[in-house]
Design a protein around this ligand. Structure first.
Ligand code: MG
Length: 384
């Protein structure tokens, strides 16, 4: 029996985690969860998980209202999210989106918890700090991202003589567009992901392909391969979740229909259950899968992952913060689609690297980058 803290319960991964927990009531207790601004699900979650002891939401007034209604539960708000990760919790599922997921990841590892990580930004920004904590403490990290889950499964079977790990990419909403056609695409177009149903931010990140850049960085920190040993292959159907190429010419693929509940379940069971994603009933099921070479000129933003991996320091924080600001501005119709990568590139160019020893430094870089990115958004707004 594992006692769970779920961060980001109201988001896409959070809801699918709830699905998995409900199916396996004997193995997990949901002791605490956070919901941010989307508080409507609190009532049903308390009803379905009567064991819940603490809940976090952002708004103080709402928290006080819920507190009056449910006196047996501790409600936290504002800066108090870390109180959810208390002594009773064994495992933290981090389904937060963006920089905000870094601090609870570091804190949970400091407390020697098991962390199931869907918040890839935590590794993009703080991969070095996360790995230092994993090395010196008893904390454990399991990936929930589908590509990394696939690579982990392959490497668990054989991690010897690996030539390359290759992340598959659907190519996002605009995979059939050339650069010229990207100039006038809209938010509505960008939110139509061809294979996965996900939250808004990650869907835009897929359309710009910065999501794949983030995942290359994530793979680097999870599996310790250098940039040139992490490949990308475009794959239309998202059935092959990623694969490993070995020196002897063998390839090991992880194949299943796209369903995030599979990687979530694997992480919750610490990759110890028999893998039950058997959807390849016969080799005929592999018919009609399409693969294409990745063209870096089509998606220039992906190259920036190399800088983050090789120069380290604060580059990950700059990469992430500039993107968060630009994506938000795009979703608010303030800037055109291609301005997202222009803003990210400009912030990366302006940054002077520094050594990072703690979270506070990353937080400062994050805040400073947000200011610079906001200025760039203003410039773009004037041009529109
Ligand atoms: Mg992914």
């Amino acid at each position: 029996m594992r006692n769970i803290c779920l961060l980001g319960a109201s988001g896409s991964i959070g809801k699918q985690t709830i699905d998995v927990l409900l199916k396996h009531r004997d193995d997990f207790k949901l002791l605490s969860f956070s919901v941010g601004h989307h508080t409507r699900c609190i009532f049903s979650l308390i009803k379905r998980f009567p064991e819940v002891k603490s809940i976090y939401l952002i708004d103080k007034k709402k928290a006080q209202r819920y507190q009056n209604k449910y006196p047996h539960i501790n409600f936290f708000y504002g800066e108090e999210m870390l109180f959810l990760i208390n002594n009773d919790v064994d495992m933290v599922v981090n389904a937060l989106v963006g920089f905000v997921g870094l601090k609870p990841t570091l804190y949970a590892l400091e407390q020697n918890k098991i962390v199931c990580l869907a918040n890839k930004e935590a590794l993009v920004v703080g991969g070095e700090l996360v790995n230092q904590l994993l090395e010196k403490g008893q904390g454990i990290l399991y990936p929930i991202d589908s590509e990394h889950s696939a690579i982990k499964k392959c490497l668990m079977v054989d991690n010897q003589d690996v030539d390359k790990i290759v992340l598959t990419a659907s190519g996002g909403a605009f995979r059939d567009y050339n650069r010229e056609q990207l100039k006038n695409v809209t938010k509505e177009d960008a939110l139509k992901h061809p294979t996965w149903k996900m939250g808004q931010k990650i869907t835009i990140d897929c359309a710009t392909m910065i999501n794949k850049a983030f995942e290359v960085i994530e793979a680097h920190y999870l599996f310790n391969y250098p940039y040139d040993k992490i490949g990308i292959k475009l794959h239309d159907e998202s059935h092959v979740h990623s694969y490993v190429e070995y020196h002897n010419g063998l390839m090991r693929l992880d194949v299943s229909k796209p369903d995030m509940r599979n990687p979530i379940k694997l992480a919750l069971y610490e990759y110890q259950i028999p893998f039950d994603t058997k959807v390849v009933e016969s080799l005929d099921d592999l018919k009609g899968l399409h693969f294409h070479d990745f063209n870096p000129n089509r998606y220039p933003i992906v190259d920036l992952a190399k800088i983050v991996i090789e120069k380290k320091g604060g580059y990950g924080a700059v990469f992430n913060a500039s993107n968060e600001v630009a994506v938000k501005a795009f979703l608010n119709d303030e800037i055109p689609f291609l301005a997202i990568e222009e803003i990210v590139k400009e912030c990366m160019d302006k940054y002077q690297n520094e050594n990072i020893n703690n979270y506070e430094q990353l937080q400062q870089i994050d805040q400073k980058t947000r200011q610079i990115a906001l200025e760039l958004v203003k410039k773009w707004r004037k041009q529109l």
